[in-house]
Ligand binder design. Sequence first.
Ligand SMILES: [Zn+2]
Length: 245
Amino acid sequence: MSDRKTALVISAHSADFVWRAGGAIALHQARGYDVTVVCLSYGERGESAKLWKQDGMTLERVKAARRDEAENAAAALGVSDIRFLDRGDYPLDLGRETLEQMVDIIREVQPKFMFSHSKWDPYNTDHMRTTDFALEARMVAQAWGHNPGQKVLGAPQLYLFEPHQTEQMGWKPNVFLDITPVWDKKWAAIQCMQGQEHLWHFYENVAENRGNHFRRNSGGMSGGRDCRYAEGFEAVFPRTVDELD
Ligand SMILES: [Zn+2]
């Protein structure tokens, strides 16, 4: 087992990790972390409209195309461990078996922190189910009585990444991460998502806006840090610290 620090992303569909946490992923990979990305589905039915508009398209072809895109995007972010659980989308089918599989992955990876979606998403129940599922898997992974003998999970933070149509989601960021040094990698990963070209500039704009919030919250005009691109996250669990800053 390696001594490298690890992180885990649980993404409902195969592109979500790119828009919502691509910068955090690339940044931590560059800092020596091994980031594992788990895609519960390919987003083959609900997030692949452009592919479905082509003549003669089939579910298997859409899934293969989305898998290729996600693998290319992961590589652009420096990730070598991306896993596809292929649970179907719209709706996701997350039963007991998938939960056990996820718990095994969490215990294997032993992430220092995790990422998932917002708690509420009335436009996309797959997203909010994924967050519930991530919390449940994290809880089970912490249970000493679950598969005794496996390494029990500590208490990794769960960061909820930014949803689409942010204001409707009850999502309130309390962490801003400067992703300027890896923006070129996130932009390259975004461009791997050929099926969702309509979102590219939208998410460039989100990153610029969050960069503004980073500047303001790091001191603004009174000594704030420069930052061009950022990602916002909502941390679920309290921090344990020795000194306030
Ligand atoms: Zn999605």
